[in-house]
Design a binder for this molecule. Sequence first.
Ligand SMILES: [Zn+2]
Ligand SMILES: [Zn+2]
Length: 137
Amino acid sequence: MSIEINCLCGEIKATIKGKPIAQVYCHCDDCQAAFGGAYVGLALYPTESVTITEGTPTVWTYKSNPRRICNKCGTIVFTQPEGAYFRGINQTLLPQDLFKASCHIQCQHSILPVIDDLPHYTGFPASFGGSDEVMDW
Ligand SMILES: [Zn+2]
Ligand SMILES: [Zn+2]
């Protein structure tokens, strides 16, 4: 399976192949600052699955995580923490029916607790090298 995504103005286009490693809601303070929201939906794909096919995004780091953004419209196309083997695609760029989060991560930073049936990890799940500890929401 392959999908095409683009930034809001269409300057940057990318192709994503295969399935995501994970789909999460991230509550970290870096996503809060970068996206200007309480949390953000990210689909994490292996780095090699995401190819920029048009345009040259700028590497932009607001606090800690480098993000690739469009120079023209400011869309954050993806986030790739230093040394990470994945690229986190902004949920809003994906086809609507594709994004289904399996958990909330980095809830220690949450400014808006979300009550739902998903696990709310304080940091990261064990499958991402975390402690699996969850919030008491
Ligand atoms: Zn753009
Ligand atoms: Zn985050």
